[in-house]
Design a protein around this ligand. Structure first.
Ligand SMILES: Cc1cc2nc3c(=O)[nH]c(=O)nc-3n(C[C@H](O)[C@H](O)[C@H](O)COP(=O)(O)OP(=O)(O)OC[C@H]3O[C@@H](n4cnc5c(N)ncnc54)[C@H](O)[C@@H]3O)c2cc1C
Length: 465
């Protein structure tokens, strides 16, 4: 009997029937990468309903020497959630809200809870969980923690790491780490929950988390601004931040990205033809009235000073949602492209975003003449999603060299090759090229200390020895 067949027998003896899935039709969607970049395989899918079931699964897998890949909403963009022979654990049945404390401003949820449902639960308690991204209808708290997700409100509220107060997780030997604290202050040695944030499933299975909540904004305003250059975007960012004190999101999109997304259903572009750059600004205030004046004044002065070409404010919630859908459908728009493409998730210091765009553009054009550049993202955080698309099917398009060149430019400007998506499998080789060797060796030492059998998502982060 093979290792996995014997393991399956033991799992059947200990788990509820609902926790074991062997039907290929049910398993199939869990093996498909969102952008169709590879299909995975797994002997079977496990869908535990409790932390105790997760602990039992991990302990039995460790005893059998069978590796595990955890999965949440399967929206990750670096291939870390796609098993290649590992047993797949989906947390989708562990999706309960365990409690909300509106006074302490915390919510405790299971790892399989979908982000949009956590928004609703916080809302129902008169509070707000501010992490927000295009995949929020599918991405789960466990996946968002494991990738240390960012999204559109990092400017004001930080990354997922800044929003997590406590974590419950199952360690690679099956022990349960009971770290579901809701304290703002707790200086009692190493902050072990941090190990699981951004670990991409390599140090254990996150089963629940306690998250920070915030007041809901009373005033809310969304504006779209037409710009000529990335330098102008940077100036607008500074003005919006300093002159309104209410900036919550600052996204930019280049013309090619807007042209790609504008034909998708539900998208409306307020400027026709689209300008070279569009900025999407969101403002929030604790008071309902009065803050619009400072925003209008800031936009008017930006136009007078030739920083902005034009600006429009969404006059209804529907109009605001329409502005956001243009930005949020950017990732989906890539799927309509039929020529070769290669994507990046770089960050640089915010002040270096224009230099990054110019230098990367020149480097990529040298490698692939006529290349189309789709550049958009969280400019307020220095995070640009940067995709090179071949001019046509016959064009020279050395994808690996293009990626290396884009990463070289970001790194030379003091940036990172992964701002918010993680390393996963797709960026492992580049991590070796750019991560400080001492940091990489320390990461390996941590992995070995916690997971000596290399059971937990063994293909992410590190190149095989
Ligand atoms: C349209 C679209 C827009 C996006 N926009 C953004 C954005 O703005 N900002 C951003 O940061 N990301 C963005 N992403 C990427 C993605 O949504 C995030 O990476 C998200 O955090 C993944 O959550 P998930 O539940 O789908 O995790 P999965 O894709 O299932 O898994 C991601 C990683 O986490 C691990 N993992 C999942 N659950 C657990 C668990 N319970 N315990 C341990 N490990 C686990 C997996 O093994 C894998 O390595 C976007 C993706 C799409 C498709």
């Amino acid at each position: 009997m093979t290792n996995t067949a014997a393991l399956l027998e033991k799992l059947r003896a200990g788990l509820s029937a609902a926790a074991i899935v062997t039907d290929p039709a049910i398993i199939a969607p869990h093996l498909e990468e969102w952008r169709a970049r590879g299909v995975g395989n797994t002997p079977f899918l496990l869908t535990p309903g409790s932390v105790e079931e997760v602990a039992q699964i991990v302990r039995l897998c460790a005893e059998a020497g069978v590796a595990i890949t955890p999965q949440g909403g399967n929206t990750g963009l670096v291939g870390g959630q796609t098993p290649q022979g590992e047993v797949l654990i989906s947390l989708k049945r562990m999706n309960r809200v365990r409690g909300v404390d509106a006074t302490a401003d915390v919510i405790t949820v299971e790892a399989g809870a979908i982000l949009a449902n956590v928004h609703d639960a916080a809302n129902a308690a008169g509070r707000r969980f501010p992490l927000s991204l295009g995949s929020q209808g599918s991405a789960t708290i466990g996946g968002l923690i494991s990738t240390n997700a960012g999204g559109v409100h990092v400017l004001r509220f930080g990354m997922m790491r800044d929003l997590v107060l406590g974590i419950e997780a199952v360690l690679p030997d099956g022990q349960i780490f009971h770290g579901l604290r809701s304290l703002r202050k707790d200086n009692t040695g190493y902050d072990l929950k941090q190990l699981f944030i951004g670990a991409e499933g390599s140090l254990g299975v996150v089963t629940a988390a306690t998250l920070r909540l915030f007041p809901r904004p009373a005033g809310h305003l969304v504006a779209m601004v037409a710009l000529e250059t990335p330098e102008a975007a940077l100036e607008l960012l500074q003005r919006a931040r300093d002159e309104t004190g209410a900036l919550a999101a600052f996204e930019i999109m280049n013309r090619t990205s807007v042209e790609l997304a504008r034909n998708l259903p539900g998208v409306r572009v307020p400027f026709d033809p689209p300008p070279p750059w569009l900025a999407l600004l969101e403002f929030e205030s604790a008071v309902p009235d009065g803050f619009r004046d400072s925003i209008e004044a800031m936009l008017a002065s930006a136009i007078d000073d030739a920083i902005a070409q034009d600006a429009t404010i969404a006059e209804s919630e529907k109009a605001a949602a329409d502005f956001w859908s243009l930005r949020e459908l950017m990732a989906a728009a890539h799927r309509t492209v039929k020529t070769p493409q290669v994507s990046h998730d770089t960050s640089t210091p915010v002040s270096a975003v224009p230099a990054f765009l110019h230098q990367a553009g020149a480097a990529v054009e040298r490698l692939s003449p006529g290349v189309r550049i789709v550049a958009f993202g969280h400019a307020g955080d220095g995070n640009i999603h940067y995709t090179a698309i071949a001019a046509n099917a016959e064009s020279r398009f050395p994808a690996e060299q293009i990626s290396a060149a884009v990463h070289d430019v970001a790194y030379a400007l003091g940036g990172s090759i992964s701002a918010e998506h993680g390393i996963g499998v797709f960026r492992r080789a580049e991590l070796v090229r750019f991560k400080d060797p001492v940091a990489l060796a320390t990461m390996r030492a941590v992995k070995h200390a916690i997971d000596p059998l290399n059971i937990m998502n063994p293909r992410v982060l590190f190149e095989p020895d």
